[in-house]
Design a protein around this ligand. Structure first.
Ligand SMILES: *Cc1c(COP(=O)(O)O)cnc(C)c1O
Length: 430
């Protein structure tokens, strides 16, 4: 399989190049040049199928030209070390809980897959992954890459500007993960990383790469959630609606990839907070990037969603198809809090603010269309990750899950560096 750039369909590269480069040289996103259709007997036996079997079949169909069966099995087993339970919150309204991984957010699956795939593709060479983080990406990437052979991770974070819990998630690991505490802000960390990628002298000496969400190795494995959700439905013959809380739109685009491989999805809901560039596009406007606004669902505070062009590419650039199959909607913080309270008081279920945005989108769609359907909203983070907002909104005390609490007992190991590129470069060469 080859991968093309969304900016130039005739620019084709190998899997190895797409994964190691991350972004195409023309700034486009890589996309698989053929999307395999899964066989009919896969779908007829999907009900009840476990996550590993699903993973091996779907990843096998996408990567069997580039990887051996053993490599595919290793990759899937490393990635899917936890399940994504489907919980019925109200009749025919389900929460797909994507937060049972090591850092309790759905980005764990992509990060684990990405690390393992990189280690398979570099084959003995050493590769350094550089990540600048304002918190969550650092923890998912550090934990996903922890202990993976041949890959070294360097996390740059702004001193004093990430939460204690986030900091502990990437500074206590040690091993192949090094945390650099930079005396600056997030943008300074980002600037240093970008400069390193452009530094010819450095790139002659070492293989440097990034692990951000535009990398196909982080994007593609997210399609697995949707198959696993379907496998857990009591009545899979009903029309299926997925509501996806979206920021950069990688997760939603991965759902559409599952649909293109044959999963029968009648509607996708693109649910956002007031950062509503894509809902505006879907309701008839053009695509217009905006500065991002701060909300309580802050992992979705994105004003220029990078996976938008993947959405278009998945419908072969046909905007009418895009607008027919995806419905956009957006909600204020107040509406989000009201939904969290209403669901808690009527069912006892605690949603995090991101999941609550998706819940609202699903409920509004189902109430506008009076038909029996399986409605699934994606719950992308454990409520404990957004403890302050959840506790204040619901007036409850949340117990921190054991996995999060365990990080707080580790020992912080980080290297303090000034906000200075030369110091960073010297560190990389040491
Ligand atoms: C990253 C993230 C999102 C948004 O996912 P995209 O793929 O960027 O649309 C939603 N919820 C949580 C908790 C996240 O961390």
């Amino acid at each position: 399989m080859n991968y093309f750039s969304t900016n130039n369909p005739s620019h084709l590269v190998s899997l190895r190049e797409a994964v190691i480069k991350g972004l195409a040289p023309d700034q486009g996103l890589y996309m698989p040049d053929q999307i395999p259709s899964l066989p009919v007997d896969f779908f007829s036996s999907l009900k009840g199928m476990d996550f590993l079997t699903i993973g091996k079949t779907v990843i096998g169909a996408l990567f069997n030209e580039d990887l051996s069966e053993k490599e595919i099995n290793d990759l899937v087993e490393h990635t899917l070390a936890f399940d994504v339970p489907l919980v019925e919150v109200e009749p025919n309204v389900y929460s797909l809980e994507l937060f049972h991984g090591p850092t309790l957010a759905f980005k764990d699956v992509g990060a684990r897959f990405c690390s393992k795939l990189m280690s398979l593709l570099v084959q003995g060479e050493k590769i350094k992954v550089l990540v600048a983080t304002s918190g969550d990406t650092g923890s998912a990437v550090a934990n996903g890459f922890y202990g993976v052979e041949g890959v070294e991770v360097v996390v740059l974070y702004p001193k004093g500007k990430v939460s204690k819990l986030q900091e502990m998630q990437f500074t206590t690991l040690g091993g192949n993960v090094t945390a650099l505490e930079i005396d600056g802000v997030f943008d300074d960390c980002q600037t240093m990383v970008k400069r390193a990628f452009l530094d010819t002298e450095l790139n002659q000496k070492m293989l440097l790469t990034s692990a951000n969400s535009i990398n196909i190795a982080r994007w593609i494995p997210q399609c697995l959630y949707y198959f696993r959700a379907y496998a857990q439905l009591e009545n899979p013959e009903l029309p299926l609606v997925f509501s996806v809380p979206s920021g950069n739109f990688g997760n939603l685009a991965a759902g559409i990839l599952a649909y293109r491989m044959g999963l029968p999805v009648s509607k996708f809901i693109a649910a956002t907070n007031i950062n509503k560039v894509v809902p505006d596009y879907l309701s008839g406007g053009g695509f217009e990037a905006k500065p991002s606004l701060q909300t309580i669902s802050n992992s979705m505070d994105v004003g220029n969603p990078s996976n938008f062009y993947r959405l278009l590419a998945l419908y072969d650039g046909d905007e009418e198809k895009v607008k027919n199959h995806i419905k956009g909607c957006f909600y204020s913080d107040e509406e989000t809090r009201m939904a969290m309270r209403a669901v808690k008081s009527s069912t006892g279920y605690v949603m995090d603010p991101h999941g609550a945005v998706a819940y609202l989108g699903l409920k509004d769609y189902l109430s506008e269309h009076d038909f029996a359907a399986n409605g699934i909203f994606l719950e992308t983070a454990h409520p404990g990750k957004f403890r302050d907002v959840v506790e204040e909104t619901l007036e409850i005390e949340l117990e921190l899950p054991e996995r999060l609490a365990a990080f707080m007992e580790g020992k912080k190991k980080s290297l303090a560096l000034p906000n200075d590129y030369q110091a960073f470069k010297t560190f990389l060469q040491s």
